[in-house]
Write a protein that binds this ligand. Structure first.
Ligand code: BGC
Length: 758
């Protein structure tokens, strides 16, 4: 068989350029005379949206009947890498059956604001969590010889003006917050393909951003797959080819291919870039074609069951006062809310699945003899007096009430951002009224991103159900009646109100420019630093059992930044039933010259424990766990010092902590100029060795005079020691020239600088 390079060598320029865009909405082109076959790409990411008739990227036209799994907002809440791997395997199998080579997902942009319309599709506000979960999901899909497309690369953190907005973000923030999940997807997940985002990144469209697509993704991270455009993201195609955008999707009916041909003919684009894109496309498509097996069975009913099983582990128990949950069969239960009959279990837009079956909470509890009242209309903000009256009557007659509330489709979707964090007013009002007639109230939420909960104090039980996929009802029933023990944790902070959120002041940007002003302080990194209480913090979630931690041990108490350290901790199930705990490890830098978050998640593990059982959980930490991105060396850097290794219940609650000293093996090079201040020189032993004696002598040249003056001045008493030393510390070297009254000149100072700078 010919290699990709040999095949490309046989092609005309026109043939090569024809491969650089889709044949239609979903297929790539073939070249029959060379035996090159086109393949199909399909959405993603929560199931299969395969359109075999009219194509669109908005989820408008029908797709084949398929299975909708829980959305990423929920699956990430499982903190369970095995769970998302199983999800990936199921999606990969479905794709094999349907002859889809690449499933367009996972979507792993950081949840910068709860307002982002697409947060339901994204994983977390934390890059480490998003990166780990994405990598396992990718490995699951790709184990079936199906590719993923990691999207939307990069900084696509809002829907507002999504195809033109320029995400303006500083280097450190990109490296620490917005890029690591993509980095892990490339390095650990070994994704076959990436999808570039619509937006610009620091002034250049992602679809033609050479730094992003080539220098970083391929050069630094070693990505060997293909980059496709988001649907319609191409602006200047020849520029994109040179930048490393292999294929334009959907195709532009040959118009942009012709632009590329022209650019090569006119000498504006080196043909080698066209060749490289073609070689990569052939190689990656062959990974699928060589193992394509449409005879792979797809058991939809089995996947429906799997969707329900996964969803059960994705619901976060947030409140359980007086042990109101789990519900008991002996109790009279009223279920209120139209969502109980017509669940919202997926988001709108390109991820929208045409489900072959839907199981609502009412369907799933048909054998439980519950009373039901609709309570509100999903698609209206107005109260319906008759529905409210019926709901109150049924609630009053019950032992306990479960009200299902949340965001209707119109409140959050791909394509636009939310304007507020509220659920419809008629639902809020109903919850308050029900609480007045029956205090034994459980609220179950269906939503893709955080909502304000003005009634939170009135609900004894609270479950964040996220968007649970087509078998959501079975999952809800399992958690409500304790058929499974809830074990999910929040992959994002639930803030009290929108005004508390990190980018409240500037989210969405002005015109086409969105400046990431809050820098690295995103999600819990912001709330913990500012000590703004969250409604529920990142990592929070309850269980029907209890856990205790002990024996936190480090393999060393002092390491170099080139070493690794092993952390172990014992976890015991101290309750009466089996359960799963999410062990969370955070690292906190005690002292730093740069701004750092209070703590950052650097490890997590999900462990299942029988009552009374203890397991030892182990983590390995290396340089990245302690490092920040240094903009002088443009690399990760660890400052020598003490770090606290913290085992936490959530981002706010430290259970055990142990100190670790890490010594840096890297010296950040500094070049001092005449503008360098004494304080920085004082803190640099190497500089002080040279300048220390000189500084003393030089200072006395003028400080004697200054002292004389000060003594004779009536203001002498006002000059405190602190003020005097601060004044000296903050003085630039160049002031030696003016203050020494001619005893120091520029030549002498340059001589000193030459010595310090070595
Ligand atoms: C979305 C992508 C999706 C593509 C194809 C775009 O509008 O941003 O996430 O994969 O359409 O449907």
């Amino acid at each position: 068989m010919s290699t990709a390079r040999e095949l490309v060598a046989q092609m005309t320029l026109e043939e090569k350029c024809s491969l650089l865009s889709g044949a239609d909405f979903w297929h790539t082109r073939s070249i029959d005379r060379l035996g090159i076959k086109g393949v199909m790409y399909s959405d993603g990411p929560h199931g299969l949206r395969k359109q075999d008739q009219t194509g669109d990227h908005l989820g408008i036209n029908d797709s084949i009947k398929a299975v909708c799994f829980p959305a990423a907002c929920g699956t990430t809440a499982s903190f369970d890498t095995d769970l998302v791997r199983a999800l990936g395997e199921a999606i990969g199998t479905e794709c094999q059956h349907e002859e889809v080579a690449v499933n367009l997902g996972p979507a792993i942009n950081i949840k910068r604001s709860p307002l982002c319309g697409r947060n339901f599709e994204y994983m977390s506000e934390d890059p480490y969590l998003a990166g780990e979960m994405a990598s396992s999901l990718i490995q699951g899909v790709q184990s079936k010889n199906i590719g993923v497309s990691v999207k939307h690369f990069a900084l696509n953190d809002q829907e507002h003006r999504r195809m033109s907005s320029d995400s303006v973000c500083d280097e450190r923030t990109m490296r620490e917050i917005y890029l690591p999940a993509f980095e892990m997807a490339a390095k650990k997940g070994k994704a076959w393909t990436f999808m570039c985002s619509y937006n610009k990144v620091n002034g250049e469209y992602a679809s033609q951003n050479k730094w992003l697509l080539t220098d970083l993704l391929r050069g630094e991270w070693g990505f060997d797959g293909i980059v496709m455009s988001d649907w319609g993201a191409v602006s200047n195609r020849p520029k994109g080819v040179e930048a490393g955008l292999d294929i334009e999707m959907p195709g532009s009916a040959g118009i942009n291919d012709a632009e590329v041909v022209k650019a090569v003919r006119e000498g504006r684009l080196d043909e080698k870039y066209v060749d490289i894109c073609c070689e990569r496309l052939i190689e990656v498509h062959n990974r699928y074609l060589e193992h394509a097996d449409p005879s792979t069975p797809w058991d939809k009913d089995a996947d429906h069951e799997l969707a329900g099983k996964l969803a059960a582990d994705c619901q976060v128990l947030l409140k359980n006062e007086d042990g109101i949950l789990p519900l008991k069969d002996s109790e009279k239960i009223a279920i209120i809310g139209e969502f109980a009959a017509k669940p919202r279990f997926q988001g709108g837009g390109s991820s929208h699945i045409n489900c072959f079956k839907i199981t609502s909470l009412l369907d799933a509890t048909a054998d439980k003899g519950v009373a039901y009242a609709q309570g509100y209309h999903i698609n209206s903000d107005d109260e319906d007096a008759a529905l409210v009256a019926e709901a109150l009557e049924k609630a009053a007659a019950a032992d306990k009430v479960v009200i299902v509330a949340g965001l209707p489709d119109s409140y959050e979707s791909e394509g636009y951002d939310r304007k507020h964090m509220r659920i419809p007013p008629n639902q809020n009002a109903l919850i308050e009224k029900i609480a007045a007639v029956n205090p034994n109230l459980v609220v179950l939420l269906y939503n893709g991103s955080p909502v304000e909960m003005p009634w939170v104090g009135l609900a004894k039980g609270l479950i964040e159900g996220y968007l649970g996929g087509q078998n959501v009802g079975t999952a809800n029933r399992a958690v409500l009646w304790g058929e499974i023990n809830p074990s999910a944790r929040l992959p994002e902070t639930l803030p009290v109100r929108l005004q508390d959120t990190p980018c409240y002041l500037t989210y969405g940007g002005e015109g086409n420019t969105a400046v990431y002003n809050e820098g690295i302080f995103v999600g819990y990194r912001y709330y913990t630093k500012k000590e703004i209480p969250a409604l529920f913090p990142f990592g929070y979630g309850m269980s029907y059992t209890s856990f205790a931690y002990s024996n936190l041990k480090l393999s060393a108490d002092q390491i170099k930044d080139t070493d690794k350290v092993t952390v172990t901790v014992d976890v015991t199930n101290t309750g009466k039933i089996a359960g799963k705990e999410v062990v969370q490890l955070y690292v906190s830098d005690r002292e730093s010259d740069v701004f750092r978050p209070v703590r950052e998640l650097k490890g997590f593990a999900k462990v299942e424990l029988q009552p009374g059982e203890t397991k030892t959980v182990s983590f390995e930490l290396c340089k990245r766990a302690f490092a920040y991105w240094n903009t002088t060396i443009h690399d990760w850097h660890v400052e020598t010092g003490v770090f606290d290794i913290q085992i936490c219940k959530d981002a706010d609650d430290v259970i055990l902590s142990a100190p670790l000293t890490v010594e840096s093996t890297v010296r950040i090079p500094v070049t001092y100029t005449e503008d360098a201040i004494f304080l920085d020189l004082k803190n640099d032993p190497k500089a002080m060795a040279v300048i220390g004696p000189m500084m003393k002598a030089s200072m006395s040249l003028f400080s004697d005079e200054a002292e004389q003056d000060a003594k004779s001045s009536a203001a002498a008493e006002a000059v405190s020691d602190e003020m005097a030393s601060a004044m000296l510390d903050y003085m630039p070297l160049r002031t030696l020239i003016s203050f020494s009254q001619g005893k120091m000149n520029h030549e002498m100072l340059q001589g000193i600088l030459a010595q310090i700078n070595g």
